[in-house]
Every structure is written in C-alpha cells, then in structure tokens.
Design a protein around this ligand. Structure first.
Ligand code: 4AD
Ligand code: MG
Length: 463
C-alpha cells in the first residue's frame, strides 16, 4: 500500500479508508483505559495526525508503549472521524511498525523548546521542528511561485556559471577558487603564477549571474537566473549570508520604470501565492514568530509601492528629526536604519529608491543626463530593508568604458561584456532579489540563518 501524506489523511473525505502513514512520533499519551494516542508528523504539513493504538495490538506493551519523540513508524489502519480539537480525522491503528528508536536520554528535540541559536548547532535535526518545517515549505512555495511568474511571461531560465573570473559588483568580496598548493604557491617575479592554476587565471565563486544573464538577454529578450551566489563580506549581521540564492531577471528593451513595474508585480505575486498556498504555515508564523506578517503580506498585495529618487529620500531623512547612528549625507550609501525609517515609519510600505549617486553604485548602471546619478533602483521593505537591487544597464560603449576606468576595472578584462555594446546594443535592465531576504520578510524570522537550510557565515560551515 502506498504511503498517504498526513496532509491528505487529515481531510474528512478520507474517512473510512484504509491508510498507511509513515513519519516521526511527536508525542505519546497513554490512557488509563488501555490504549495510547500518538501524534505523528511526516512533514507534509504543519499539523500532526492523531493515531489511536489499542492495547490489544501484539506489540503494544513491548514497543508502542516505549515510543518517544523522534521515533520513526509506519502505521496502518482506518481513518475515523475525530472528536478532538483542531482535527477532522484520526487513524485507528491496526499495525504499528517501529523503524527507528530515538533514545530520549540523548535525542535533543524533546518537549523543551530550544532557542534558534541552539537549533543552528543541530542543523541536521532542526527540520524536524515546527518552525523549520514551515520555513522549508514556504521556501519551496516561493521558489515555485518565482519560476511560475517568469515562465508565464515567457522568460527563459538561464543557468549562469558558479565559477567566474569577473567581479560583477566590483566590491572585491569574492571567494577564490584554486587548485594551487597553498603551502607552496608558484611565483614568478614575486607574484603568484596563475598560469599554473586550474583556470590559468585568478578565478572566484560568482557574486551575481547578471553579466552572463545580459549576454542572453541581448540575444533572446527576457531571461532570468536563479542560483547560489557567494560573498566573502565579513558582516556578521542578521541579514547577510556568505552563500545565498538570488533571482536575477534581465530584460532587453526595458528602461528603469519597466524594471520597477516588473519588480513590483513580482513581489506581489510571490506574496499572493504564499497567502493562498501556505495558509497553515503562515498562521503559525503569525501566532508564534511575528504577529504582523499576515497583515504585512496583505498590505503588500493591495498597495502600490512608493517610488522615490534617492535625493528626495536623503531630504526626508535629514528632516526627520531622528538621530541616526550614521548621519545621512548626499553621496553616501543608506544604512539599514535609514531604510527602515523610510519603510517602517515614514511611508509604512515598500519603497523603490532610484537614481542613486554614481560614485556608490557599480560600473554597469546607466549614467543619467545629470552626470551625477545612475539609473539604479533598490526595493526596500519594512523590517528587512533592501530586498532587491537593480538598474537600467549602461548600453553606451564609451560611457561604459569610462565607468570601468573610474572604478579601477580594466576594460580589456571585460571585452566580451563590451562586445554586447559594440554589436547591436539595446537599452536593457534587470534586478536581483535575495531569496533569503524575501523569506525573512514573509515569515518574520529575525535571522537570515534560519531561512536557509545550511547557513554559511563567517566561521560557520559545519553541516
Ligand atoms: O544589490 P545586489 O548586490 O545586486 C546585484 O548583485 C545585482 N547584480 C543584481 C542585478 O541587478 N541582477 O544584490 C541583490 C540582492 C540584495 O538586494 C539582497 O536582497 C541580496 O541580493 N543580497 C544578499 N542576501 C543575503 N546575504 C548577502 N550577503 C547579500 N547580498 C545581497
Ligand atoms: Mg544592493
């Protein structure tokens, strides 16, 4: 008999059916009347299935009454209507087979609730908790929604390389990839001899698939990437990972406002899908993690995002009367305290900031006619701050070369990127959404390490 997920077995239309469920015991309670209740979870949904095991089963005394949290079982029996609170059905066991025991003396996930910090030390067990099960299901739903959004619009899913020789963001925060012997690095005239290295040149893990996505957008129109990206920035914050997933659409013939429109529709669609498909998990986040998450998602779907030039934002911040740790001045990057003031207090909704100073943004962003600003856009949301970064791209060859020189990059290293401007250049634009920041925003989880299965942060890569 095939396994029925608990999510199915809980449905009233299953009543009367012979069913096999397989999962892990959450609790066992014994009744004085000679039978036991098991709560079984199999990850298919937040809720457990209640199983009634009668004392007449042959292994009742020897096995069933020794079951504790974490034991794995197969239970076969008939689905009955349940009079219990919060459940329409329960399973009346005819057989209970124990697959694996979990010694209550040493199994860490007993009844006691553990902090998220503690659970990070048990990354191999935390998916068995309600919170991390819910995060995994919502993460899956968001990924599905993302692909659906682009596929329905005819975007091509492009796989860009993970190993690369170019620094897209020009921020020098790249992890090196090498097969050189670190104990004995080959040198020539004092510098490392990369001709001895695997790729014949310095190579890194990518910080963004954008440059390669541009190659495909300027051939095929609308494309997107969705993959892991790596940043060696040594920032131990609740919003930074060294390895995170990014979604990067890139569209030929798009200008900045088209880019903003797409980004807004995109975020709204994800929120709509999560509300529609993850009701039970979202209710859990609302009840147990952050009681504003449901209202926030509703409000995202319903209200237009604010669109505001960087220069106006600086003015609002300067006039706010707030004392910020970092004072605001035109020309400096906004800190998360500034982003949060704008989204949480001043506007109380997402803000798309655009036209940032040229000096603080990467070389590929299109320079405005004022010469001082570039066609950048960041989407900021309450609690998380920057969730999307993007821009219209510089499609003019000479300006692009000038921008590279300005930022100490060698145009020769980017000859292929410049070729896109040499041959049939077009206005184009794109953006990057950080998947984990989006998940933080949706679930209300305070630390980004708790919305990715295996967080990579400075000093931490065990699991
Ligand atoms: O603003 P960023 O650096 O933009 C780019 O990489 C562009 N190449 C994207 C593009 O235009 N195609 O990063 C984009 C987003 C940020 O807004 C943030 O959500 C996320 O990626 N992000 C991080 N998420 C977790 N940990 C980090 N260290 C992150 N750095 C950026
Ligand atoms: Mg950014």
């Amino acid at each position: 008999m095939p396994r029925t997920p608990v999510s199915e077995a809980r449905k009233p239309e299953r009543i009367g059916q012979q069913t096999l469920i397989q999962g892990w015991v959450r609790t066992r309670r014994d009744s004085k009347a000679g039978f036991s209740f098991l709560e079984i979870n199999d990850g298919s949904c937040m809720a457990n299935l209640q199983v009634i095991v009668d004392g007449s089963l042959p292994n009742y005394e020897t096995e069933v009454k020794r079951l504790t949290a974490g034991c794995s079982v197969s239970v076969h029996g008939q689905i009955k209507p349940s009079s219990g609170k919060g459940q329409a059905t329960e399973l009346l066991a005819e057989t209970v087979q124990v697959h694996g025991w979990a010694d209550p003396e040493s199994y860490p996930l007993q009844k006691k609730r553990h902090s998220f910090e503690k659970l990070r030390e048990w990354a191999h067990l935390r998916p068995r908790t309600n919170t991390f099960g819910a995060v995994a299901r919502v993460r899956n739903c968001v990924c599905q929604s993302i692909h659906q959004f682009f596929q329905q619009r005819g975007f091509l899913y492009i796989h860009t390389p993970i190993i690369t020789a170019s620094d897209c963001e020009g921020a020098g925060e790249m992890f090196r990839v090498t097969t050189l012997d670190l104990e004995n690095v080959p040198r020539q005239q004092g510098t490392v001899d990369y001709s001895m290295d695997f790729f014949d040149r310095p190579s890194y893990l990518t910080v963004s698939g954008q440059l390669e996505a541009e190659i495909f957008a300027t051939a095929l129109g609308n494309v997107y990437t969705f993959g892991p990206t790596f940043r060696a920035e040594n920032s131990n914050t609740s919003r930074h990972l060294a390895e995170f997933w990014m979604i990067e659409p890139e569209m030929a013939f798009y200008e900045l406002t088209d880019n903003m429109d797409l980004a807004e529709q995109f975020l709204k669609q994800i929120c709509r899908d999560v509300l529609e498909r993850c009701g039970e998990d979202m209710q859990f986040f609302h009840d147990r993690i952050d009681n504003t998450v449901l209202a926030t998602l509703d409000s995202i779907v319903q209200h237009q995002f604010i669109r505001l030039p960087y220069t106006d934002a600086v003015e609002i911040l300067q006039r706010s009367g707030q004392t910020f740790e970092f004072p605001v001045a035109w020309g400096s990057d906004l800190q998360s305290e500034h982003e949060r003031y704008l989204t949480e207090q001043h506007f109380q909704r997402p803000v798309v900031l655009y036209d940032y100073p040229r000096v603080i943004k990467p070389f590929y962003m299109r320079v405005n006619d004022d010469g001082r600003t570039v066609r950048a856009m960041d989407v900021l949301v309450p609690k998380v701050g920057e969730i999307i970064g993007g821009s219209q791209r510089e499609e003019r060859l000479e300006m692009l070369e000038q921008r590279m020189v300005e930022q100490d990059l060698r145009p020769d290293d980017y000859w292929w990127y410049l070729d896109l401007r040499r041959f049939g250049t077009v206005p184009h634009a794109g953006f990057g959404l950080g998947l984990e920041r989006m998940l933080q925003f949706i679930t209300g989880m305070a630390n980004i390490r708790d919305v990715i299965p295996f967080p990579r942060t400075p000093g931490s890569a065990e699991f």
